[in-house]
Design a protein around this ligand. Structure first.
Ligand code: FRU
Length: 550
């Protein structure tokens, strides 16, 4: 018997370089002999999770949560191993026969991890994480010709967990390079959403042009922390006196900081329950409360999150993401147009307005320091109703195409416009007869317009515009796979303020973004057809289809 056990241990060591024991029905301890760079953790997306305490030389290296495979492996995530480790694993939920879980037979070591994986639904010209789960865009700024985008990221699976700031850069907002992640969970908590500023005048004392990041530390409490980078945003040091702001309510997060040149100070806007709080500071470290905005304005069917506040022309636009309580259920982005004096935001707006009238547009924020004072926004292209269930595998979710925000007025009412950023025009290739997986369709509206995009499996979406009522509609109830959530099949609609003459439709495998060309409305919806929509039927309009190339 002893010999048999020894042989089994040796076999296990040969495969994954570890031996496992089971101190209790829901617990495992693994002793890992470091042989290669990574231990490849097998993940099963529908399994209950597990917490792993990674212990090296008797000290806690990190604690992470992962849905270790119980029945079958969906994909792997890499755990870096720099030396022998002990993994203390606590399996959540019901546990029967832990010793037979699939993970024990399927946890190899490897020197590389292939992130070139192209799944069918992985977009071409939208930003996606190299692997793993992504939600909100964070900390976006522009400096010396480079756009930096951080994002809420899970390095250990394609569902929401272990919030970390991932990082990507781009010179043209279309081609993105995956960089090393910058901020990892610590004793104050996971790293939730936030923003970055370029401290041109060294107001904080971290150095001229230091990049200063503000984020929510989400642990026992939600508090605001900061970190700084002196290499242009590629690596950060956390400020050693965190947190810098402690609130008085449980949902207190997503600080957006900007330089208010008129008031000559830094402002921070922050979500607190169902309101936005505004603070000011001279040195980015000490913050003074100025005012709250929210009671009696806009939609209140859920928590307010991820604010932004910016001057566009002579008006101020306050962006307010809300979940749930969005116009078509779940999460969505509302906005207010008004005035701001560095202390208080005021508005006469009566109507609830949305920055996008589709179902899959959330956590919108803008770049700090974008050239020519452009207000370039990115949104997370999903909805909290089903974001964790969309049918992709080793990555989950993309960001929207970049949009330039503006302000326009119709009948004395102000609105925020969102136009496709001009960088997208550079992707246009030759005109093609039928839609491809990644294309742009320009629709010149003549009469009542209806466009049907379909495939040979009788899956289709329809986009229609009524010239008399100015109502734009998007129906995805027959778009393909809608089964993963009862909230997915839907029709979205909006009356275009001032009407529409032309639409620009961007298709990228699993997303369709319909813009009024002037940006008066946008509608972003995901689709998961079993084959791409290769046919188009259009009435009441002229359509031109362009191949899109990065
Ligand atoms: C919005 C949000 C933020 C939070 C982050 C956590 O989608 O809930 O409020 O900071 O996601 O990942």
């Amino acid at each position: 018997m002893k010999r048999l056990l020894l042989t089994l241990t040796a076999l296990a060591l040969a495969a994954g370089g570890f031996a496992q024991d089971f101190p209790a029905a829901n617990r495992a301890m693994l002793k890992v002999k470091a042989q290669k760079k990574y231990l490849m953790l097998p993940v099963e997306d529908n399994a209950d999770g597990a917490n792993i305490q990674v212990i090296g030389k008797n000290s806690l290296v990190k604690s992470l949560n992962v849905r270790l495979a119980r029945q079958k492996t969906d994909y792997y995530v890499p755990l870096e191993i720099n030396g022998d480790l002990t993994l203390d694993i606590d399996f959540w939920g019901e546990n029967k026969g832990i010793e037979h879980y699939a993970c024990w037979k399927d946890m190899p070591q490897s020197d590389d991890f292939n992130t070139q994986n192209r799944e069918r639904f992985r977009p071409e010209f939208h930003h996606t994480p190299a692997y793993g789960w992504m939600n909100d865009p964070n900390g976006m700024f522009y400096l010396d010709g480079v756009y930096h985008l951080y994002y809420q990221w899970n390095p250990y699976g394609s569902t929401w967990e272990n919030m970390t700031w991932g990082h990507s850069t781009s010179k043209d907002l279309v081609n993105w390079t995956a960089e090393k992640p910058v901020l990892f969970p610590d004793a104050l908590g996971a790293i939730f959403s936030g923003s970055c500023v370029v401290d041109k005048n060294n107001t904080a004392g971290f150095g001229k042009n230091a990049i200063v990041a503000f984020y929510t530390s989400a642990g026992r409490n939600q508090v605001q922390s900061m970190a700084y980078s002196t290499d242009g945003g590629y690596t950060f040091s956390k400020y050693d006196r965190n947190p810098v702001l402690i609130g008085d309510c449980p949902d207190f997060r997503d600080p957006k900081v900007f330089w208010n040149s008129e008031a000559g100070l830094w402002n921070m806007i922050l979500a607190a329950g169902q309101e936005m709080r505004i603070y000011s500071s001279k040195n980015l470290k000490e913050w003074e409360f100025e005012s709250s905005f929210g009671a009696g304005y806009g939609a209140h069917g859920g928590v307010w999150e991820c604010p932004d506040l910016m001057k566009i022309d002579n008006k101020w636009v306050l962006i307010c993401n809300i979940n749930p309580g969005g116009i078509f259920g779940g999460s969505a982005t509302q906005y207010f147009v008004g005035d701001f004096d560095g202390k208080r935001f005021t508005t006469n707006q009566k109507e609830t307005l949305w920055l996008d009238y589709g179902k899959d547009h959330y956590a919108t924020v803008t770049f700090f320091n974008a050239p020519y004072n452009r207000r370039i926004a990115l949104a997370w292209m999903s909805n909290w109703q089903y974001a964790n269930q969309v049918p992709t595998n080793q990555f989950r979710s993309a960001n929207s195409v970049p949009r330039d925000l503006g302000v326009f007025a119709v009948d004395g009412n102000y609105y925020c416009s969102a136009k496709p950023s001009s960088e997208l025009l550079k992707m246009r290739g030759s005109a093609i007869k039928t839609p491809s997986e990644t294309c742009e369709i320009v629709v010149d509206i003549k009469k009542d317009t209806k466009i049907t995009l379909s495939n040979s499996r009788n899956e289709y979406v329809t986009i229609s515009y009524d010239k008399t009522t100015s109502v734009l509609k998007f129906d995805r109830t027959h778009s393909g796979n809608c089964d993963f959530s009862p909230d997915f099949a839907a029709e979205t609609s909006v009356k275009v303020p001032g009407g529409s003459r032309q639409l620009r439709i961007f298709i990228d495998r699993c997303s369709i973004e319909v813009f009024d060309s002037e940006g008066r409305v946008v509608m972003t919806n995901l689709v998961f057809p079993s084959e791409y929509y290769s046919k188009i039927a259009a009435t009441g309009c002229k359509t031109t289809i362009y191949q899109l190339k990065k």
